[in-house]
Design a protein around this ligand. Structure first.
Ligand SMILES: [Zn+2]
Length: 275
């Protein structure tokens, strides 16, 4: 070792200084138990958990898309909330309507409910007082919402909550893309400009841009959603895309993630954000 070079141990202080917090990890999967315990005892009593999916996202995005975006958003939300740590993302969700495409893995609602139940019990045992689930896959919202209500009864005094504003989320993403001249149908609900931009910034090496092509770009309301859930994605889109990824960019993706995290933080707010 060169003289004068000393390894200085970094004291974990996640809760008191935003500057220090930003430089440290909030990911419990990357921390050891004494540091996690110390952080909880210092006031980091919120646990943030992304709930994603492993499902087809067209010919150009990897099947981890929702899992990766949920994970990135959960980390951003934990940092922006302060006093929070991120628990390992629940990567697999409810994706029966995508099973016609290779690689999709789907849980039954009861399986996801049991995973959420066991996550919550573990986190409560460690001393977390607020557990915030962030589902970033449309198919998960209902199960996560029902679970959160049930868990609040099972754990009195613990604020088990979730970001559940799916219509608000869709609307917000559409408005973000509109700022860049991208229409709502291009932005898309599945593997369109919006999600593709976010994946270009998170996992650019896995985005097959040579395959960018418009998917289903027609109206997408209640009737289309019912068709999607009852008959599966191929009834709407042969290649599994709702939207058009051709205007996607990594730079926009970075901005979308930041602003989406701000939107989620504003939506869930303090403890009154429970839904
Ligand atoms: Zn997705």
């Amino acid at each position: 070792m060169k003289r004068g070079l000393r390894v200085v141990p970094v004291v974990l202080c996640l809760c008191f200084s935003p500057a220090v917090r930003a430089a440290e990890t909030v990911r419990m999967e990357r921390m050891n138990w004494p540091d996690i315990k110390k952080a909880i005892e210092s006031g980091c009593t919120t646990a943030v958990v992304g709930v994603g999916s492993i499902e087809q996202h067209g010919p150009h995005l990897p099947t981890m898309t929702d899992a990766r975006i949920s994970d990135a958003l959960a980390e951003l939300v934990a940092r922006k909330l302060g006093g929070a740590l991120q628990a390992r993302t629940i990567e697999t969700g409810l994706s029966d309507h995508h099973l016609a495409f290779a690689g999709t893995i789907s849980l039954k609602p009861e399986t996801l409910r049991l995973i959420l139940r066991d996550y919550t019990a573990s986190l409560v045992r460690h001393g977390f007082k607020r557990i915030l689930f962030i589902p970033m896959h449309g198919g998960n919202f209902e199960t996560v919402g029902r679970f959160a209500a049930e868990a609040r009864k099972a754990h009195p005094g613990i604020d088990v909550t979730a970001f559940l504003d799916l219509p608000g989320l869709t609307d917000f993403l559409g408005r973000l893309s509109a700022e860049y001249g991208v229409s709502k149908t291009e932005a898309g609900d599945h593997a369109g400009e919006n999600e593709t931009s976010m994946m270009m910034t998170l996992e650019g090496g896995l985005v097959a841009s040579e395959r960018f092509a418009p998917g289903y770009c027609g109206p997408f309301g209640g009737a289309e959603m019912r068709l999607l859930l009852e008959k599966g994605m191929p009834a709407l889109s042969a290649d599994g895309v709702l939207g058009d990824p051709r205007k996607a960019s990594a730079e926009k993706g970075r901005i979308y993630l930041e602003r989406l995290a701000d939107f989620i933080v504003a939506s869930v707010g303090g403890t009154s954000g429970r839904r």
